[in-house]
Design a binder for this molecule. Structure first.
Ligand SMILES: Cc1cc2nc3c(=O)[nH]c(=O)nc-3n(C[C@H](O)[C@H](O)[C@H](O)COP(=O)(O)OP(=O)(O)OC[C@H]3O[C@@H](n4cnc5c(N)ncnc54)[C@H](O)[C@@H]3O)c2cc1C
Length: 403
């Protein structure tokens, strides 16, 4: 295996995969280092939605929603085996935190941001006669039910597909391989990592830290590290229940007003998610009993006729970690924008990707590529390679060729 690359990407979640795909498409030599397995972290523990995020409109994150809806359109067109549209239903009750006019306003804005002529922008309020067909949804005090469309995926399968594209483009995946330390010198970055019980070294022009909830730990191994803002980890749990409720996604309100999804998944039903601050080792995050009980209660409140389930009857449950900017606001209303930080704005050799969405991985990868171009294309780097990459796409736009 070569020990000289243009870029070392650390972490093979959706961001590491997307960055590697984008860099290889632009003609750079890339190695990806993953300590456990592709999509072993948050990228297999998400709500599996490719969406703009209707609820982010409430906190005014319009550009995020717009960008994600654009990415949703691209993914639907280019990855139809992995991303498909699903009807979403929002029931509004007399006691709901969001009254019908507010939901209608949100859906109107969502449709406008997705594009008026987009066939998936259409939404409507279901006729009261159709409520009986709502697969056992609680109809006590029900005021309205809105139907719109968004997309669902298999997050881990999508991540594996993106990493395979990067590998076909020439990226080397070192897995399992764990970063031990990285040192920036005048001309390159020297990175030490463990692989197959041995300490190895490689050299690259830049390192991209895509280690999700491990971002601070990985950054502390880089000298100098990227200038990160204060960050917080917020855990989110999903439960999988052995019940088949519907082939639609219900967007319901839990007892505390939080939005919870009830989704079809692998012939059963997925319910999530929760949000709680997390301070431990990211590798140890797991659902708590309270979270599981809260999600089961939310399910029962909205689908009272479903068979009562005990906690030990769950088919599965897991927790993932969001990386959010530290703030006093509730995690629910905090910015979900991707934060791209570096050790040096003019000559970034260590870049770190914090937060972000599965949906917008391509947009994030484009930003990383744009940030790295000056360093990667600079003639002052010396030659790291005996044979310099002469990929025909080297002069293409920052978007890369087939992204
Ligand atoms: C509960 C929850 C629900 C979500 N739902 C959605 C959703 O429906 N739609 C959406 O668009 N987004 C969603 N998101 C956001 C999305 O899932 C994440 O933004 C995304 O998966 C993060 O990917 P990542 O590549 O940054 O991190 P990760 O997927 O966590 O990948 C990081 C990788 O780095 C590796 N690593 C760590 N340290 C090292 C090291 N020293 N050396 C080598 N490798 C290392 C880890 O093993 C891991 O594989 C959700 C997030 C959460 C938490």
């Amino acid at each position: 295996m070569s020990t000289e690359f243009d870029v070392l990407v650390v972490g093979a979640g959706i961001h590491g995969a997307g960055v590697a795909e984008s860099l290889t498409a632009a003609g750079y030599r890339v190695a990806v280092l993953e300590q456990q397995a592709v999509a072993a972290g948050t990228s297999s523990r998400s709500s599996k939605l490719i969406h703009g995020g209707l609820r982010y409109l409430e906190s005014g994150q319009f550009s995020l929603v717009y960008e994600c809806l654009k990415e949703r359109k691209w993914l639907l067109a280019h990855k139809p085996d992995l991303v498909h549209m699903v009807p979403f239903l929002i029931p509004v009750y007399r006691h709901s935190k969001r009254p019908p006019w507010k939901v209608r306003l949100g859906l109107t804005l969502y449709a406008l941001l997705a594009g008026l002529f987009n066939p998936y922008s259409r939404f409507r309020s279901l006729d009261i006669r159709d409520w009986e067909e709502l697969e056992g949804l609680n109809s006590d005090d029900l005021l309205a039910v809105y139907r719109y469309f968004d997309a669902q995926t298999d997050d881990a399968a999508l991540t594996r597909e993106v990493i395979r594209t990067a590998q076909r483009g020439g990226a080397e995946l070192i897995c399992p391989g764990s970063l031990v330390g990285a040192e920036v010198t005048d001309k390159f970055v020297r990175a030490d990592y463990f692989h197959q019980g041995q300490l190895n070294t490689l050299h690259c022009k830049a390192l991209v830290n895509c280690t999700g909830p491990w971002i601070e730990d990985t950054n502390s191994k880089c000298s100098p590290g990227a200038k990160l803002p204060a960050l917080e980890l917020v855990a989110g749990t999903h439960i999988q229940v052995p019940l088949k409720i519907a082939n639609k996604i219900f967007y319901v309100e839990a007892e505390d007003g939080r939005a919870v999804f009830v989704m079809p998944w692998q012939g059963e039903t997925l319910v999530g998610t929760t949000e709680r601050p997390y301070h431990g080792d990211p590798g140890e995050v797991a659902p708590t009993l309270e979270e599981k009980a809260y999600l089961l209660r939310t399910l029962k409140q909205h689908f009272p006729e479903t068979r009562p389930l005990q906690l030990h009857e769950l088919s599965d449950s897991w927790a993932g970690l969001r990386v959010l900017p530290h703030a006093t606001a509730s995690p629910f209303s905090r910015s979900r924008e991707t934060m791209i930080c570096s050790n040096n704005d003019k000559c970034p050799r260590v870049v770190a990707v914090a937060g972000g969405k599965l949906t917008s991985y391509r947009a994030t990868a484009r930003q990383v590529l744009k940030k790295l171009r000056p360093v990667l294309d600079s003639t002052n780097n010396g030659s790291l390679h005996s044979e310099s990459p002469t990929h025909p796409d080297r002069e293409t736009s920052a978007e890369g060729r087939h992204l």
